[in-house]
Design a protein around this ligand. Structure first.
Ligand SMILES: [Zn+2]
Length: 398
């Protein structure tokens, strides 16, 4: 059957096609150009814009300020440029006299994420990776997402003209400490992973992320996976047989175990199974803020006995508050229970959380620690000395 289209219908169809194309282009510009930034800005908020926070006269001479956890690499940001939103970038780290920030990799998070029950069926990061126009191989593959974020951090270091470097070993950390004693205007990052699910059920991928620079791995994130149970999963089981293999291989490579987000059973199993060092990179404690996200007193004590290091967060669910006083109160509790040499900062900056301040607000933590009765030497340990010493003991040699 022939269909005859007269000239005016033809003109109208072409017009509709042109309008449709224009709408498509505008939608694409909004989706790819603005949506990732809007999500970033709305998720990583700062309640108080603290410009030039009150600083102790000795703040800038604190030798090594460090933070165990931030998710900046998830967002589509130039780490080397100063931003008016989010929590961390290199210029702001330099303003805060920051020596080391661990950059952690988030590769999959469930929709309607909560701290009680989540399964692994849905994923927010697929759409985010697409909207950010990350490489195609990251859209549907969690290992590639992790490797992409690692290579981004290394690329920033290369472009930084020596101002930012990535620490991967005792040797690189020792050299960095030496260099920074002569030049305070440099800073550094290290790589960690949130959730071993990003190994995609293949233990060989551990070597890939290790070669990409990852030096600690959180066994589970918001859902149970093939290696370990999550505090926020459905079954909240322990370390699986595969998980034990993974822990053994991590030990042999000197990749540190992070117990943040781990289920109580996973924490028990890991501490019983291995003598290797553990951290809890970003957490709170139930003794101060009682919820399933935070460590029980029993776990706090056993992690202390295990010579672990506990990073205290800056957000509501961790410390039941978002100001520096709330974080300092929890640090006091942990120091009294397991020792001032086992507590550190674990901000979770840029981890889709709201805080009172960005990284330039760290002097407020120092002031709050003084109010908690810590002396200057103890504050230097909490602010980063403990992190430095832990990594000097436990990173691979070279
Ligand atoms: Zn986390």
């Amino acid at each position: 059957m022939l269909i005859f289209i007269d000239q005016s219908t033809d003109r109208m169809l072409k017009k509709i096609a042109r309008v449709f194309l224009v709408i498509l282009v505008i939608a694409a510009v909004i989706f790819f150009g603005f949506v990732p930034g809007m999500v970033d800005k709305s998720k990583n908020t700062v309640a108080l814009k603290v410009v030039n926070p009150p600083k102790q006269s000795w703040y800038d001479s604190i030798p090594f300020i460090a933070d165990l956890h931030c998710d900046e690499l998830l967002w589509d940001r130039n780490l080397l440029a100063e931003h008016t939103y989010g929590h961390v970038d290199v210029p702001r780290m330099l303003k805060a006299n920051m020596a080391l920030q661990v950059f952690t990799i988030v590769s999959k998070t469930p929709k309607h994420m909560n701290i009680e029950h989540n399964d692994s069926k849905t994923d927010n990061i697929t759409l985010l990776s697409f909207a950010q126009l990350r490489p195609f191989n990251t859209w549907f593959n969690v290992t590639n997402r992790a490797l992409n974020q690692c290579s981004e951090l290394h690329a920033f270091a290369e472009k930084s003209n020596g101002q930012f470097r990535v620490i991967t070993s005792k040797a690189t950390l020792q050299q960095y400490i030496k260099d920074r004693a002569a030049n305070h205007n440099i800073t550094a990052g290290m790589l960690g992973i949130e959730g071993a699910h990003c190994l995609n059920d293949d233990i060989e991928n551990l070597y890939k992320v290790y070669n990409a620079g990852v030096r600690y791995i959180g066994l589970a994130h918001f859902f149970d996976n093939e290696w370990a149970g999550s505090a926020h999963g459905i079954n909240k089981g322990g370390l699986t047989a595969k998980g034990k293999e993974l822990v053994k291989k991590m030990d042999s490579l000197h990749v540190i175990i992070d117990l943040a987000h781990a289920s109580p059973k996973t924490i028990d199993d890991v501490l019983a199974f291995t003598n290797s060092p553990v951290i809890v990179s970003h957490t709170g404690v139930q003794g101060v803020c009682n919820n399933t996200r935070n460590l029980s007193d029993a776990h706090l004590l056993s992690i202390g006995k295990h010579n672990g290091l506990v990073g205290i967060g800056f957000w509501e669910t961790a410390v039941c508050g978002t100001d520096a006083a709330a974080t300092a109160r929890t640090i006091r509790y942990v120091a009294d229970k397991i020792g001032v040499d086992k507590v550190a900062l674990g901000s979770d900056f840029d981890g889709a959380i709201g805080t009172h301040f960005d990284v330039t607000g760290l002097p407020l933590i120092v002031n709050a620690l003084l109010k908690e009765g810590f002396n200057r030497n103890e504050i230097e340990m909490i602010m980063g000395g403990n992190v430095r010493d832990f990594f000097l003991r436990n990173l691979p040699e070279k």
